[in-house]
Design a protein around this ligand. Structure first.
Ligand code: FES
Ligand SMILES: [Fe+2]
Length: 339
């Protein structure tokens, strides 16, 4: 009944992919939240049996917001006239018609398959309900690894937010007082290695002492455990600092102009509770300083959305951004061609 709905919707993100939409630990049993994700108003809830549902937040009866409703018998109940919907979007009860009256098939909400994994609630943003691919994630992140986390809202299209974290040139300028100290403005490569989920980026920034930067093909072979960036399509990123410390971000699109960053700092440096707390506190404050340095510049970029063809003069060092744009475009085209 809902096949083809995406053909009419405005293109903002790559369809038929898993997206992080919420922090799983914040969605307690019987909790209902209204969220905007991927340009849609959605109601997300957790039933008492721990299952979760995510359906359109506009009731098909007379347009009330289901996120003002409550969880009842593992369904979401509309606050206006009590219609109840299951996690697959079907209306299972119309109280005014009586419990012994069959609900007409026309009573349903658009729904998304949800899954809880890696401490997040994910939705599969597409029409399909079965035969879905695995949720993509970074192989090096052990589910038991400790992390501290923050959510950070950016008033910017998600493509610009992602590209900022793939940008290896900005460090000595935007972050001159933090991670970019040392004036290493000369960018060798970088070496961008494509894999089946996305790509790795190996960086070698240096002081400019008159030498020519290395071309990507001249870059040294990456060493095991070497610091690098890794990107997984459509929107997951990590800065692998060491085996014991890494930064993760999901760039979750809210709409065409807003992005929610779910940032985590994973660490395995210590497991002494007080030291863990102290390290989390210090590092997350430092991460916020760095994010705000980025934000100051990125939020003023024009246009607000990046694209494969746009009026920009890109450099060799922008290669990760070029690869991101190319692969993103391929994925968009593939979805378009499949119809
Ligand atoms: S508007 Fe939802 S039950 Fe009437
Ligand atoms: Fe930055």
């Amino acid at each position: 009944m809902i096949v083809g709905i995406f053909k009419k919707s405005k293109e903002i993100m790559i369809k038929n992919q898993w997206y992080v939409v919420y922090d799983a630990k914040k969605l307690k049993k019987n909790k209902v939240v209204g969220i905007k994700r991927l340009g849609e108003n959605l109601v997300l809830w957790r039933n008492s049996d721990n299952s979760t549902g995510c359906i359109a937040d506009k009731c098909c009866h007379r347009g009330a917001s289901l996120s003002q409703g409550m969880v009842k018998d593992n369904h979401i109940q509309c606050p206006f006239h009590g219609l109840e919907f299951s996690t697959d979007g079907k209306c299972v009860l119309i109280p005014a018609n009586g419990k012994n009256t069959k609900v007409p098939d026309t009573f349903f909400q658009r729904s998304y398959v949800t899954q809880e994994k890696h401490g997040f609630i994910w939705i599969f943003w597409g029409d399909a309900k079965e035969g879905l691919p695995e949720i993509p994630f970074f192989d090096n992140i052990d589910p038991k690894l400790h992390y501290a986390d923050i959510e950070n809202h950016w008033n910017m299209h998600y493509t610009r937010c992602i590209e900022n974290q793939l940008d290896v040139l900005h460090l000595p300028f935007v972050h001159r007082t933090s991670i970019g100290k040392g004036n290493k403005v000369l960018i060798n490569g970088p070496n961008t290695i494509i894999n089946d989920k996305g790509f790795h980026v190996f960086i070698k920034n240096e002081l400019d002492e008159g030498q020519k930067p290395l071309k990507p093909a001249e870059m040294p072979q990456p060493l095991p455990g070497q610091q690098h960036l890794e990107f997984i399509f459509p929107n997951l990123w990590q800065n692998y600092l060491t085996e014991k410390l890494l930064i993760f971000i999901s760039f979750t699109p809210i709409d065409e102009e807003n992005t929610l960053l779910f940032l985590r700092m994973y660490q395995n440096i210590t497991n002494i509770p007080l030291l863990v707390q102290l390290l989390d506190w210090i590092m997350m404050r430092y991460n916020l300083v760095i994010l705000n340095q980025d934000k100051r510049v990125v939020l003023k970029q024009l246009p607000k959305k990046s694209d494969i063809n746009m009026d920009e003069r890109l450099l060799m060092a922008d290669q990760p951004i070029i690869k991101y744009r190319q692969i993103r475009q391929q994925m968009l085209d593939e979805v378009e061609n499949k119809g």
